[in-house]
Design a protein around this ligand. Structure first.
Ligand code: LLP
Length: 442
């Protein structure tokens, strides 16, 4: 077959699959992101209006979607005594944290900086748990002085450091130990964390020594058991296997006389990025996990991040240029790039790209950014509405691990962020200025 024939055939196949599966409701909540009169809107605000008002690139978050996701999560586990700590690493904008905290969630933070953010958002320290495989002594001190609910320790050396710092402060530290359950969940290798090849958590073989430390070190109090097996995990059986291991550790801790209050099974619950790969509903996880976790005499902690925020935001970007190369390949060159959403480059992840204004025809094209890296793309060989230069595109599922993983590479300015609530839109982060790019240089 000649190359052009292959191209036409595969293009037709892609277009067909586009028409069969191109269904916004499969990815985003269709009530909150929808087309009205051929134009995409968030709640009842047209995205084009937001681009005019705030410029592009722009992260647009639906407040109702955030709240709805949190409530869906809570409903799934409502029969269980539990405490949901939103993992702020997914999206740590103060307004996002504040919105969720007002709904009753606590926070899981991974550093001093995230702790600062949660506190600045008004979250009470006794509703914050602190993770991190490499907490510095300053971060440990910050957590202890603030009075967080507990520090989740990941090694023997860290436990000794926590004891040392707590001793210096004249405190007893409330601690959970993060177990590495050695369960390899099927997900992208960069986001699996519960496998013994990974740096995370304390190995089963070390537990004897760890329990011993709680007997000998006077400034440590064992309050919780913890795990987190990875992210974007579709099969509940991985949670079942890891939870079983954590239950075994609970039994051992009790035999040794420890009074465990918190049983933290982490985050990692999946969302749909690609309509052809729909995420397992949260209820399926609850069906398997609730019976295992009932009646244990502990409070179960969950740490969802992505589940709450991923599909609550889009990244709004403007087409700068259209270009077609000698091989007939089409490009949309847009004003956002890997500095605003690195997930396609880092994890080969799929993000739907929609034209903000509906067109009658479509093309097969790559959607690429302005950064000088070949990995700077949002979509490759994708069927897209035949939008023109100056038109707007929305990159979906940009609410988790997007803005927070952003950078100033290539001298890029971090975009503005807005939150929509009904017919209102408020700025929740200003666009960066050139002056801010150099403000710390002396
Ligand atoms: N708890 C702990 C201890 C974690 O390390 C994480 C995520 C979470 C909770 C929340 O996981 P989630 O529910 O959001 O899956 N940048 C990657 C994801 C890295 C996740 C790191 N840890 C991505 O864009 O896919």
């Amino acid at each position: 077959m000649q190359a052009w024939m292959f191209f036409v055939l595969s293009r037709n196949a892609i277009i067909e699959s586009f028409h069969q599966h191109h269904n916004i409701s499969a990815v985003l909540d269709s009530h909150l992101f929808s087309y009205a009169d051929g134009a995409l809107r968030c709640e009842s605000v047209a995205l084009a209006t937001l681009a005019d008002r705030f410029g592009t690139p722009l992260y647009v978050t639906s407040r109702q979607s955030l709240v709805g996701q949190f409530r869906d999560f809570e409903a799934a586990f409502s029969t269980l005594p539990h405490f949901t700590c939103y993992s702020v690493k997914a999206n740590f904008n103060l307004s996002v944290i504040r919105t969720l905290a007002a709904e009753g969630c606590g926070c899981d933070v991974n550093s001093g900086g995230e702790l600062y953010r949660a506190l600045r958002a008004g979250v009470s320290p006794d509703r914050i748990i602190m993770a991190g495989v490499g907490k510095s002594e300053q971060e440990i001190e910050y957590g202890l002085v603030t009075g967080v609910l507990m520090l989740k320790a990941e090694s023997v050396s860290e436990l000794k450091a926590i004891d040392r710092v707590a001793g210096r402060l004249g405190k007893v530290a409330s601690v959970a130990i993060r177990i590495n359950p050695n369960v390899t969940a099927e997900t992208h290798p960069y986001i699996t964390t519960g496998d013994s090849k990974e740096k995370f958590g304390i190995d089963e073989a070390e537990l004897g020594e760890v329990f011993g430390l709680f007997r000998t070190l006077p400034h440590l109090s064992l309050q919780g058991l913890d795990m987190h097996i990875g992210s974007q995990i579709f099969d509940p059986e991985y949670y079942v296997a890891a939870t079983q291991k954590l239950l075994d550790v609970l039994a051992t801790s009790r035999l040794l006389g420890f009074d465990i209050k918190w049983f933290d099974i982490g985050g990692g619950f999946p969302v749909t990025y690609d309509p052809q790969k729909p995420a397992t509903p949260i209820a399926r996880f609850a069906e398997k996990l609730v019976p295992m976790l009932e009646g244990l005499g502990v409070t179960v902690i969950f740490e969802p991040g992505r589940f709450i925020t991923a599909n609550s935001s889009v990244l709004l970007t403007r087409v700068l240029y259209r270009k077609r190369n000698h091989a007939g390949k089409e490009f949309f060159i847009v004003d956002a790039g890997m500095t605003e959403l690195i997930r396609p480059a880092l994890y080969q992840s799929h993000h739907e790209v929609l034209s903000v204004r509906l067109h009658d025809d479509s093309v097969v094209a790559d959607v690429v950014g302005p950064i000088c890296e070949s990995s700077d793309f949002f979509a490759r060989q994708r069927v897209i509405d035949n939008a023109g230069e100056g038109d707007l595109l929305a990159v979906l599922s940009s609410g988790a691990y997007a803005s927070v993983m952003g950078s100033n590479y290539n001298g890029r300015l971090r975009p503005a962020e807005v939150m929509v609530d009904g017919s209102e839109a408020v700025l929740m982060r200003r666009r960066e200025s050139y002056e801010q790019l150099v403000q710390n240089e002396v």
